[in-house]
Design a protein around this ligand. Structure first.
Ligand SMILES: Nc1ncnc2c1ncn2[C@@H]1O[C@H](COP(=O)(O)OP(=O)(O)O)[C@@H](O)[C@H]1O
Ligand SMILES: [Mg+2]
Length: 457
């Protein structure tokens, strides 16, 4: 066996007691992926045939880079005695340990892992996951025999689409190398940072200029890569204004007839989609009194109390492909539950003629008894500003705030994690699942409108 050398960072990581899960959250080239091969080796040597290791990347392309790395490392340790099956992506070690290199991008990819058990879960480039839901699901595969410890190690660079949730969960919790409680996994984690300066195996100067060349117009991102800095302003679009404690409210009870709370105004805010999800919120607008949850809301505050989101189960970005009548039926059912008339605002695009004789989407809705007027969304930037302001003002006694009930699941699964447009920092990245944010924005714009001119219908 060739002699292996570790960087100080890697030695330190390998010495972290096994009961802690690890977040390798450094800059590029900090030797994180290599460190994962070492952690796998250690686990395999320690637990032998009981060791079942799963390494995950989002894409096959990413996986093949790591495959090469494992060939190099495991080859130099075990020679021919460690066998790799390239079509199964599985390593079998001479000590009996099993290691699978897997790809996971969509909920249907997850079926490959459904019901299977692993004892060490390695997630590399976790920042490529814009939201944590798939990885959280994967974590349920982490289980072993009683006496067998289980562990997760995750690596990510700052500045990727998942920047925000990773930073929030793992970075701003405790000082580096100090354990902290993580709620979702109910485990203790350690944040282990490194940068390319901690990596003695690369030519530092050359690496520096390579990184510089890869992002010439983005000094913030470069800083994140060089310094492993998670405090950069590339976090999610709403990260500075959405706070669960301030903006989430408990689900409202259904509306009792003839209550004084009928002074609340109710309307729909709708973003149309068919191959993409369509999102409709039931919005309640406060006259400056208590809501159905008994909580006081300042005048003109908005509460999203219910939603119809037609995303495919398990996916945030695929729609169910519903036609307008099917969608309208769902929206009417929601309105019936709350005893309100199904009317409100929708995306301006719903009002343009589609040119196939059926009129506009809004016309089709009208035929089924669901009434929309255009949100007159104006420019997106103004809309986002109003929405951000209202999110920020939630809880203030004298300013209208924006609140979202916890049962509005699609909102909570998407809006807090939406990225910024890489070219326009003041806009949402429209590549992400932005449908709930759009519908909410129309509601906020409309609120602004009626606050000035009185009721619109
Ligand atoms: N212990 C080590 N021995 C030899 N080379 C290493 C070692 N650790 C890291 N390297 C090399 O340093 C480079 C960057 O490491 P990598 O793990 O890919 O960084 P990161 O995943 O943090 O971007 C790779 O080319 C890798 O082979
Ligand atoms: Mg890496």
């Amino acid at each position: 066996m060739n002699e292996m050398k570790f960087s100080d960072f890697q030695t330190k990581v390998l010495c972290i007691p096994e009961q802690y899960d690890i977040f390798l959250g450094g800059g590029r080239g900090g030797a994180k992926s290599y460190c994962m091969t070492l952690a796998a080796l250690k686990h395999a040597e320690q637990y032998r045939e009981k060791a079942r290791i799963l390494y995950i990347r989002q894409t096959y392309k990413g996986l093949s880079d790591f495959e090469n790395l494992t060939r190099e490392v495991f080859g130099s340790v075990y020679g021919q005695a460690a066998r790799y099956n390239g079509s199964e992506h599985v390593w079998r070690f001479p000590n009996g340990a099993y290691m699978e290199l897997g790809q996971l991008e969509t909920p249907s990819d997850y079926q490959k892992y459904q019901g299977r058990s692993f004892t060490l879960l390695l997630v590399d480039e976790a920042g490529h996951y814009a939201d944590p839901s798939l990885l959280d699901r994967l974590r349920s595969n982490l289980r072993g025999p009683k006496d067998m410890p289980i562990r997760q190690i995750m690596a990510a660079n700052p500045g990727d689409p998942g920047h925000h949730w990773l930073a929030q969960r793992y970075v701003f919790k405790n000082a580096p190398w100090m354990p902290f409680d993580e709620e979702k996994s109910k485990r203790q984690w350690v944040y282990a940072p490194s940068t390319f300066l901690d990596n003695p195996f690369i030519d530092v100067e050359e690496y520096h200029s390579q990184l510089e060349a890869s992002c010439p117009t983005d000094p913030e991102l470069l800083r994140a890569w060089l310094e492993g800095d998670w405090a950069i302003a590339r976090g999610a679009f709403f990260s500075s204004v959405i706070e669960e404690k301030r903006n989430a409210v408990d689900p409202w009870e259904e509306k009792p007839a003839n209550s004084y709370r009928d002074r609340w105004e109710y309307f729909l805010a709708h973003d149309f989609g068919s191959s993409a999800p369509s999102v409709t919120f039931l919005v309640a607008k406060s006259p400056g009194i208590e809501g159905l949850d008994g909580k006081y809301y300042s005048k003109d505050s908005l509460v999203l109390i219910d939603e119809v989101a037609t995303n495919e189960p398990g996916s945030l970005s695929k729609g169910m492909g519903y036609t307008v009548p099917v969608l309208a039926e769902e929206i009417r059912q929601m309105a019936d539950r709350w005893k309100i008339r199904p009317e409100g605002v929708a995306d301006d695009a719903c009002f343009s003629n589609q040119g196939h004789g059926a009129g506009s989407i809004a016309d089709e809705f009208r035929k089924t008894g669901v009434y929309f007027i255009p949100a007159r969304k104006g420019d997106r930037r103004t809309g986002w500003e109003i929405m951000r302001r209202m999110l920020q003002d939630a809880g203030k006694p004298d300013k209208p705030g924006l609140y979202i009930a916890r049962n509005c699941e699609y909102f909570w699964q998407t809006v807090p994690y939406l990225g910024r447009d890489p070219r326009k920092a003041e806009d949402v990245d429209t590549k992400g699942p932005d449908h709930a944010a759009d519908a909410c924005r129309y509601g906020c714009m409309f609120q602004k409108h009626t606050a000035r001119t009185g009721n619109a219908w």
